[in-house]
Design a protein around this ligand. Structure first.
Ligand SMILES: NC(=O)c1ccc[n+]([C@@H]2O[C@H](COP(=O)([O-])OP(=O)(O)OC[C@H]3O[C@@H](n4cnc5c(N)ncnc54)[C@H](OP(=O)(O)O)[C@@H]3O)[C@@H](O)[C@H]2O)c1
Length: 249
């Protein structure tokens, strides 16, 4: 059983920074040709430059996951250039937090569209190629908030729980085709956001994480690699909780 992704084409959304960047680089370092996306020309160029600097195969593309035509266009471009993706990592995600009584319909709609509806569109667009190849991997980046809930994040929690339910249903539809669908649910992971927290807030976080520290982006990327590779071939419809014990399902 191998973790090699040699010869596989992967699409990772939101690969310009944070977890998506680490996931894209890890898949490419294990042999995949990776198309990573960012929301601007600048973000896409950053991804292309990063791959080149690290000697990895792949490129950056512009994609707004709220735009169905753009998603159709990207998959069609991949078909004509590098080939259809057989590994899809739906990583792009946003938060627009507010307590329920203050939450505006736009805050609900934006988060559901970016974090959940995009997963429907991209998965559907990639399915035909995966069915033809009789092999595929769809990995949706959820969150501990999607399994445990969090005050002030009803929209985000709904979107992240949504990708888990979506994945369990799709997994049952296509398990016989050699395609797996799983979710990875990160806890608190070191990022630009956690770096900005005060010392007091950082200490507070440590108290609710049994392992006593935030995770590294690599902890998430290696979980994705496992599910994407042949090592994870018998795992489908699951949620891999990578959270230092913060929530035990
Ligand atoms: N960090 C954590 O601790 C944590 C914990 C649990 C779950 N997660 C989940 O993990 C994923 C990555 O989180 P992160 O903290 O690494 O995020 P991040 O640093 O904020 O990066 C977000 C990425 O998504 C892209 N993006 C934003 N809006 C987009 C849109 N409309 N269309 C396409 N791409 C878009 C961004 O592109 P640009 O650079 O071009 O803006 C960027 O590449 C998210 O789904 C998040 O919910 C993160």
């Amino acid at each position: 059983m191998s973790f090699s992704l040699e010869g596989k084409i992967a699409l990772v959304t939101g690969a310009s920074r944070g977890l998506g960047a680490e996931i894209a680089d890890t898949l490419a370092a294990h042999g995949a040709y990776v198309v990573g996306t960012g929301t601007s020309e600048e973000s896409a160029a950053k991804i292309t430059a990063r791959f080149a600097e690290k000697g990895l195969k792949g490129s950056g593309e512009v994609l707004n996951v709220n735009d169905p035509d753009a998603m159709t266009g990207l998959i069609s471009k991949m078909k004509d250039t590098c080939g259809l993706p057989l590994i899809l990592v739906n990583n792009a995600g946003i938060t627009k937090d507010n307590l329920m009584l203050r939450m505006k319909p736009e805050q609900w709609d934006d988060v559901i569209s970016t974090n959940l509806t995009s997963v429907f569109h991209l998965s559907k667009l990639c399915l035909r190629g995966m069915i033809k190849a009789n092999w595929g991997r769809i990995i949706n980046i959820s969150s501990v908030v999607g399994v445990a809930g969090n005050p002030g994040q009803a929209n985000y929690a709904a979107s992240k729980a949504g990708v888990i339910g979506f994945g369990k249903s799709l997994a049952q539809e296509i398990a016989s085709r050699g395609i797996t669908v799983n979710a990875v649910a990160p806890g608190f992971i070191k990022s630009d956001m956690t770096d900005k927290l005060s010392e007091e807030q950082q200490e507070g976080l440590k108290k609710i994480i049994p392992m006593g520290e935030c995770g590294e982006p690599e902890d998430i990327a290696l979980g994705v690699l496992y599910l994407a590779s042949d090592a994870g071939r018998y795992v489908t419809g699951q949620t891999l909780n990578i959270n230092g014990g913060m929530f035990m399902a």
